[in-house]
Design a protein around this ligand. Sequence first.
Ligand code: TYC
Length: 94
Amino acid sequence: MVVERKTQKTEPPRMYQVVLLNDDYTPMEFVVMVLQEYFNRDLETATQIMLKIHHEGRGVCGVFSKDVAATKVELVLAAARRGGHPLQCIMESA
Ligand code: TYC
């Protein structure tokens, strides 16, 4: 009997980018705080990302596995709601 052995291929996990969207009402300081608090950015990098979103409409905060990205989105939206800000945060396949 011939036993065929298939090579087991483990695909790398699909990654998701968490994206913040611009709006006219969320304070710049709040967005910078979100980037520092939930995406571990230093003040300078957080400010650069915030300004990019402000000027271009959207910006990538980080790239994560599916579960981590979904959790980050929930945490950011909860913080925005608590602060009374309309900030929107989404995840998309990277
Ligand atoms: N456009 C906002 C303002 O002028 C600042 C802002 C930046 C809001 C990034 C959301 O994801 C955002 N206050």
